[in-house]
Write a new protein. Sequence first.
Length: 426
Amino acid sequence: MKKQRPKYIMGIAIIVFVLMFPFIPTINNFLAIPTHLTLYTSEEPVVINPLSERVKIVAEEEQDIIALKDNEIFPVNFGETEVTYKYNNIPLKKVNVNVDESYQVIPGGQSIGVNLQTLGVLVVGYHKVGDEDNLKSPGQDIGIEIGDSILAMNDHEIKSIEDIAPIVEEAGNNNEAINVKFKRDNKLFEEKLHPKFDQKTDGYRLGLYIRDSAAGIGTMTFYDPLTHKYGALGHVISDMDTREPIEIDSGTIVRSTITSIQKGDNGIPGEKRASFNKKEGLLGNITKNSSFGVFGELEEALQDGPLSNPLPVAKPNEVKEGPAKILTVIDGEKIEAFDVEIINAVEQRNPATKGMVLSITDERLLKETGGIVQGMSGSPIIQNDKLIGAVTHVFVNDPTSGYGIHIEWMLDEAGIDHVNTLNKAS
């Protein structure tokens, strides 16, 4: 038994060491060193924290892809290479380094008209139907809620309001129930609905207010000349009555002209007023309406702006507090650059909205609009000759300030793989 005791103690010691291994700072730092690093030619140097003063980052051979100085890696030219961590000249770990050209997109700023066709028809309210002694809403009675989307009736797909009237009238005349399929969030429901004859309108009714489309204005954020994809608005489009995000079947964007502006004030958001230029044709389609904006592909070139040449896109960690500019339209279709200040930048590693706080500092813009107004959402934000994000929301109690979203999340949402797309193009 005594002979086995040292082995037992040794086993316990090994288990304790293994459990503590990841928590030793030096070991932790070593494990944190990536095996692969992607840099961009327009970025600032990258520092990978050394394990100690005796650890140096070295390149095995002369090359012009990167430059090394004081454990900083400077991206220089496009290509692949590797560096080695050495402790007293003893190799510890190799890191593959890929230097890519910065992905570039064309910043927007154009005022656009947005037309959305809902998935099915959207229920936006109830109304009572019947005779004076027996008023009720048949749709509400079977459990249809405001914000639900009606997708089908009696196995007929519903795409517009016009699809509903003949089905309701036929069922009412034959005293039959309608098999209604509707969607709430990501759940599908199926219920029987008996239309009710309404004396006031002299017809059979569901007792529901419905909508099959939505329209508004916003601002183009970027256009990708390699893929023809675009991003705009920087936030989801919600129904004005239900306040719920609109699930779309299809959509389009058109040119729009700013005709006037209602200035914002404390507690009262301002807005751009515009007319749609439908005669000039569609700019593009809308394939997605998400928390990060609306996205699709353009069918024709955009109007040139003050920064109509492609600009590199910035990662969230490149956004700094300090001066920047936004591109937007406040009169007609003329895109102009206005001064803003980045008050706070959140270094997000995962997609999220509200990545930065900005304040309008441009005296002319403050005079004309009072700050950030509705319709300005999507206005691209430029800092240090890079596209860093888009304006999204105004602070209701302070229209001179608002939120912005990091451009990387909009690129991701648009379906643009800005590393692989660039490699394929080159």
